[in-house]
Write a protein that binds this ligand. Structure first.
Ligand code: PFF
Length: 450
């Protein structure tokens, strides 16, 4: 296991920053408000927080344990830990890589929109526009014959350029500069949003839980959203875990990342809901929520042009650090499993994603035939990954770490060979063995039975 020359993170901050870079993205700023808006606001938030902290963190730690133990991509990781060339657990690795590929395909659709909107912001397209015009701009842009495709492909190419440079030179270096910028800009936007006339109503919607709204669907949506947002349940963090140094504290890194990710999602809610209630935009608006609410805020405030530009710069950056981690899963797998050069692996991964990604983007055009039972290919990919593949992958990962890997090996990883205190770490093992699998299974079944 040792001895193979793998790239790695150079410091603990590097892991936190790169993992947070993977976690923070459209999931927090675009998908979280969408899901919270569609699933009852405060009720969703409270379930989400519980799941992210109680299941999300232990699952993230479990992925780190597998990755660092095996020092391998998700496909090879299970085989290496099992110590044989064939193991049924490798299926979890396959599932993860396929999931990364499918997520990257539809994720780059929205990533492309962020690029397009950055261009619109720079060109001042939102100034002086009313709600209807801003809504029309969203419909026109996403329904345009080729613009969203060009933006999507540009975004993919940008991702490929970073990933081809490798972990330390590419991912770590960019993330370290970009992530703190992101938090700072979000805080400024939050303060702005809180001064709007609908702030109180928006905050009540977002923070006041109506427990009667909690049902199987809300639970599964919150589970899927937390997995999606934390980048867990599909091996991305097995890959990142494989780059973590032997003496780094994985537990505190995972806790820091979960807290940072949750903070950014909550900040996004505090920015978007007061604005939505101020301008009369439905919280259930779905895909258009972030892309109509925010330009409305900006164009009505002093210095709106600059803020709008800054925001879309931020969104592009946050999105890029996430697409990088998705492509890295595919690249690491192709280089290590099929012995491809890094450059070739990145090209193959990028071209494959481009094909499925195009289908996702084209399916959103109003006249598109790429729909199944009223759902677009985009929605199907989103639901398949977040509501099914990630929860199933997450369940299998906690079962593997909790029950299949030797307990001594797990404790050895968690405590860095016995050099870190065991107390809290024993608690984590209990959560991984019992609480996390039972909770995931219950949520899953409660939704399936209606
Ligand atoms: N966590 C990212 C977000 O919230 O935008 C999305 C994501 C990235 C999911 C990487 C999965 C992944 F492996």
């Amino acid at each position: 296991m040792a001895g193979n020359q793998r790239d790695g993170f150079s410091s603990k901050l590097g892991i936190i920053v790169a993992t947070a870079g993977s976690a923070l993205g459209l999931g927090n700023i675009y998908r979280f408000p969408c899901e919270a808006g569609a699933n009852g606001g405060g009720a969703f938030l409270i379930v989400y927080l519980g799941i992210a902290l109680l299941i999300g963190t232990p699952l993230m730690i479990s992925e780190f344990v597998i990755g660092r133990r095996a020092r391998s991509n998700p496909l090879g990781a299970f085989r290496r830990i099992e110590g044989r060339s064939r193991s049924p657990w490798s299926a979890v690795g396959y599932l993860g890589v396929v999931c990364a590929f499918l997520i990257l395909a539809f994720y780059t659709t929205v990533a492309g929109w962020t690029l397009g909107y950055l261009g619109k912001a720079a060109a001042g397209h939102f100034s002086g526009q009313g709600l209807e015009q801003i809504q029309q701009q969203f419909a026109d842009f996403t329904g345009h014959a080729w613009l969203p495709l060009v933006c999507q492909m540009a975004f993919l190419a940008l991702t490929a350029l970073v990933v081809v440079r490798g972990v330390k030179d590419g991912i770590e270096r960019y993330s370290k500069i970009l992530m703190p910028m992101l938090l700072a800009i979000m805080l400024v936007l939050c303060i702005k949003s809180l001064t709007l006339s609908g702030a109180a109503e928006g905050l009540r919607f977002f923070f006041w839980p109506d427990f009667s709204k909690i049902n199987g669907q809300v639970l599964l949506s919150a589970l899927g959203q937390s997995f999606f947002s934390l980048s867990i349940g599909m091996g991305a963090l097995i890959t990142y875990g494989s780059y973590i140094g032997r003496s780094d504290n994985m537990v505190s890194s995972a806790v820091s990342v979960t807290l940072a990710d949750t903070l950014v999602a909550v900040l996004a809610g505090i920015i978007i809901f007061p604005a939505a209630f101020t301008f009369g935009i439905q919280p259930e608006a779905g895909a258009s929520l972030a892309f109509t609410t925010l330009p409305m805020v900006f164009q009505q405030m002093a210095g709106g042009y600059a803020f709008c530009l800054l925001f879309f710069v931020l969104l592009v950056i946050a999105t890029l650090t996430s697409t990088i981690s998705l492509l890295e899963v595919i690249a690491a797998t192709l280089t290590e499993e099929l012995r491809m050069s890094r450059a070739r692996a990145v090209v193959v991964g990028t071209l494959g994603t481009a094909v499925i990604g195009m289908v996702a983007t084209l399916s959103l055009r109003p006249d598109s035939p790429l729909r199944l039972g009223g759902s677009t290919a985009f929605d199907l990919l989103d639901h398949l990954t977040a509501l099914y593949l990630m929860p199933i992958g997450g369940l299998l990962i906690v079962l593997f770490v909790g029950w299949r890997m030797g307990r001594a090996d797990v404790m050895d990883e968690l405590s860095n060979g016995g050099t870190l205190p065991l107390g809290l770490r024993r608690g984590i093992v209990l959560v991984v063995r019992y609480l996390a699998p039972v909770a995931i299974a219950i949520i899953f079944v409660s939704q399936l039975v209606g």
